[in-house]
Write a protein that binds this ligand. Structure first.
Ligand code: SF4
Ligand code: SF4
Length: 600
C-alpha cells in the first residue's frame, strides 16, 4: 500500500509498525506532529510531558519496563533532556527506545540553530538520518532493532524539510501481533548508576560502539551510487536530495548511519573517485569524520555553515568551488509575484496584548525611540525578561515591550541574576502558563529562596498556544482532549512560597496596570497571573467593535495595539468586523471613546 506521508507522520507509522506502544514528547516545531500522529493509533499510550527532560525520563521508565518507546522533541529540547539522555546511554534499555531530535537549520521557528549530530557522538548513541519519508518509515524499524540488539537508545535525527515535506511511502509492514509485554528485569548493576556500577557500564558503552562500527559497514541503507568517477559526494539527510539534483552525474555515498560512520565504506568510496566533497547542512560533522580517516576532502570552504540548504544554494557553492560551470543566464524571467512582507504579530483579541501594552507603558521611557543600539536604562525604566511563547512576539513594534528571551524558562533566572548582580532597575519576568509548567517552576522556587524582589507575570491563556494548542498540567487537558485533574497555578505559586499573588483579567487594562504597579513597588517576590483564553484555540468571539467616525480624531493611538483587525481604509482607521473578536482592548486605549460595540 502506498501513502503520501510527511516525515513526521512516517516516523509515527514506522514506530507503530515496529511495535512501539508508548510515546512521550514536548511540543516544538518541527517535531510536534510526530506524537499527534502516533496518538491516533489504537492500543498505544501517548502523552505530552511537562518538558523534554520529563518526557525522556518517562520514556526511560517505559523502556526499562519492557515496552517499546519513542520520545520526540525539537533540537533545543534535547538540551533540556540531555541529562537523562546521557544516563540512558549508560544504562542501556530493556525494550527498544528511539529518541527523535528534529533539528531546525535556518531557525524557522527556534531561538537558535544547532547540529544535534554532535550529541549522538558525545553520548555514544548510534544515530540514523533519513533522506525522505520512505527512509523515515523503514529506518524507524531499524532503530528499534538496533536499540534492542545493542542495548542502547538510538538517536533518530530529522530536520525541518524531512519532518514537514510529504513523499510517497510504500508501506510494507503491519503492526506486529506480538509487541513486547511489560515487565521489569531487576538488575541494579545495569540500572542503578552508583559509581562502581557506572564504571562497568562505561566499558560496555565502548564495547557497544566498537560492535556498531563493524555492524554499520554492512548496513544496507548506506549506499554507494556510482556515476562519474571525477567527483565523489558524501552526504546525508535532506542535503542528499539537493546534491543529487545539482550534481546529476557524480558518484554519491549516501550515509544513513551518521554515528558511527562506516569507515571502510568511506575509504572504499574515496579510493574510487578523483575528488571527495561533503555536502551537509550546518556543521562540518561528516567532513571532520572523513578527514579523520586521512582522506583529502573539502566541504565547508564552499558550502555554507549557517542556515538551511536548497538546490540553488548548493549549486551556487558548487560553482564557487569550480565543481560546476557558471550557469548561462538567459534573459531574465519576470519577477515572481511577491507577497507583501508581514511582520509576525499576535492574533486579533490575543490576551497577551493588554499586559504587554501596560509593560511597555510602565517599563520603557516613551520619549526614547526604540533602537537596536545598546543603551543604558534610565532610572525609572524596568527590565522586562521574557520567555518562549506567542508573547515573545511582543518584542516587535508597535508593542516593543521585551528586553531578553533566551530559552524556555529563563526569564525568572534572568531577573534574579540582574537583581543580585546589582542592576539598579526593577526586573519583571514574563512567562506563559505552559512555559511556566515546562521550566518556570524551578526558577520561581529559586526566586523565593533568594527572596528576589522580582515580579513574575504569568500570562495564562489556558494552552500551549505557540505549537498549536496542546494541553499541560495547568490545563488538565489530556492528549485526546478529555479533561482531567488540573494543577492550580495560584495554589502552586502559594505552595512555593509566594505571598503576593494577584489574578487579573487579560482584557482589563486598568486592573493589569494597578496589579503590576503594586507588585513591582513591593520589596518581596510577587506573581501577577493575567488570565484570558487564547483567542485562536478557543475561538473566542464577542461583539465586534467599530470606529465611530464622528468621534474619531485620527490620532492613530489604537494602532499601538497591533491588532490585525484594526486597519487603515480610505485613509481612516477602521475595524474589520470579521476579524475582530471583541476583546475590547482597543476600546480602552482610544482617548476619544470612538471605538464602540458594533450594535451601538
Ligand atoms: S485611537 Fe480612537 S481616536 Fe485615535 S484613531 Fe483610533 S479610533 Fe480614532
Ligand atoms: S476589540 Fe479591538 S483589539 Fe480586540 S480584537 Fe477587536 S479590534 Fe482587535
Amino acid at each position: 500500500m502506498k501513502q503520501l506521508l510527511s516525515g513526521n507522520e512516517a516516523m509515527a507509522l514506522g514506530a507503530y509498525h515496529s511495535g512501539v506502544s508508548f510515546a512521550t514528547a514536548y511540543p516544538g516545531t518541527p517535531s510536534t506532529e510526530i506524537l499527534e500522529s502516533f496518538s491516533q493509533f489504537k492500543g498505544v499510550y501517548a502523552e505530552w510531558s511537562i518538558n523534554e527532560k520529563v518526557a525522556m525520563e518517562v520514556g526511560m521508565g517505559a523502556a526499562y519496563g519492557g515496552v517499546r518507546t519513542m520520545v520526540s522533541m525539537k533540537h533545543v529540547g534535547l538540551n533540556v533532556a540531555a541529562d537523562p539522555f546521557f544516563a540512558l546511554s549508560t544504562t542501556g534499555t530493556n525494550a527498544g527506545i528511539v529518541v527523535i531530535s528534529c533539528d531546525d537549520p535556518g531557525e524557522h521557528s527556534s531561538q537558535g540553530e544547532q547540529d544535534n549530530r554532535h550529541l549522538a557522538k558525545m553520548a555514544k548513541v548510534p544515530m540514523l538520518e533519513p533522506t525522505d519519508s520512505q527512509e523515515v518509515y523503514e529506518l524507524m524499524q531499524w532503530a528499534i532493532k538496533i536499540s534492542e540488539e545493542f542495548d542502547t537508545p538510538v538517536l533518530f535525527r530529522s530536520t525541518t524539510r524531512i519532518s514537514h515535506c510529504k513523499s510517497i511511502v510504500d508501506i510494507t509492514k503491519d503492526r506486529p501481533a506480538e509487541t513486547k509485554k511489560p515487565g521489569f528485569m531487576r538488575s541494579s548493576a545495569k540500572y542503578v548508576m552508583v559509581p562502581s556500577n557506572a564504571r562497568v557500564r562505561r566499558t560496555n558503552m565502548e564495547e557497544r560502539i566498537t560492535k556498531l562500527k563493524a555492524w554499520v559497514e554492512d548496513f544496507p541503507m548506506n549506499q554507494i551510487i556510482r556515476g562519474d568517477r571525477k567527483l565523489g559526494v558524501i552526504t546525508s539527510g535532506v542535503a542528499y536530495q539537493y546534491a543529487r539534483e545539482v550534481f546529476k552525474n557524480a558518484s554519491f555515498l549516501k550515509l544513513v548511519t551518521t554515528y558511527p560512520v562506516p569507515a571502510n565504506m568511506i575509504r572504499k568510496f574515496a579510493s574510487e573517485v578523483d575528488r571527495v566533497i561533503v555536502i551537509e547542512e550546518n556543521d562540518p560533522y561528516l567532513e571532520e569524520e572523513v578527514r579523520m580517516l586521512g582522506i583529502k576532502v573539502s566541504g565547508k570552504e564552499f558550502f555554507p555553515i549557517i542556515g538551511e540548504f536548497n538546490p540553488e544554494i548548493v549549486e551556487a557553492a558548487a560553482v564557487k568551488a569550480g565543481l560546476l560551470p557558471a550557469p548561462v543566464v538567459a534573459s531574465k524571467p519576470p519577477p515572481a509575484v511577491q507577497i507583501p512582507p508581514r511582520r509576525p504579530q499576535l492574533c486579533a483579541g490575543c490576551p497577551h496584548v493588554g499586559p504587554e501594552m501596560i509593560l511597555r507603558k510602565l517599563g520603557f521611557d516613551s520619549s526614547i525611540k526604540p533602537s537596536p543600539v545598546l543603551r543604558p536604562l534610565t532610572e525609572k525604566e524596568m527590565v522586562i525578561a521574557a520567555d518562549i511563547g506567542c508573547y515573545t512576539l511582543g518584542v516587535y513594534e508597535p508593542l516593543g515591550a521585551l528586553d531578553t528571551c533566551a530559552c524556555m524558562g529563563a526569564s525568572i533566572g534572568h531577573a534574579i541574576g540582574m537583581e543580585k548582580a546589582g542592576v539598579p532597575n526593577k526586573t519583571v519576568s514574563v512567562i506563559g502558563d505552559s512555559t511556566f509548567m515546562h521550566s518556570g517552576i524551578t526558577g520561581l522556587a529559586d526566586m523565593v529562596f533568594k527572596q528576589s524582589a522580582n515580579t513574575v507575570i504569568i500570562l495564562d491563556n489556558g494552552t500551549t498556544a505557540m505549537t498549536g494548542g496542546q494541553g499541560h498540567p495547568g490545563t488538565g487537558m489530556a492528549m485526546d482532549g478529555s479533561k482531567g485533574p488540573q494543577v492550580n497555578l495560584e495554589k502552586l505559586c502559594e505552595g512555593i512560597g509566594i505571598k503576593d499573588i494577584k489574578v487579573v483579567s487579560a482584557y482589563d487594562m486598568a486592573a493589569i496596570e494597578a496589579a503590576i504597579k503594586a507588585s513591582t513597588a513591593a520589596k518581596e517576590p510577587s506573581v501577577v497571573i493575567v488570565r484570558g483564553l487564547c483567542a485562536l484555540k478557543f475561538k473566542v468571539k464577542n461583539t465586534s467593535r467599530r470606529v465611530d467616525p464622528d468621534l474619531c480624531i485620527d490620532c492613530r493611538g489604537c494602532l499601538d495595539v497591533g491588532c490585525p483587525a484594526i486597519i487603515i481604509q480610505n485613509d481612516a482607521v477602521q475595524i474589520d468586523a470579521a476579524a475582530c473578536v471583541g476583546c475590547g482592548v482597543c476600546q480602552q486605549v482610544c482617548p476619544q471613546e470612538a471605538i464602540v460595540e458594533m450594535k451601538s
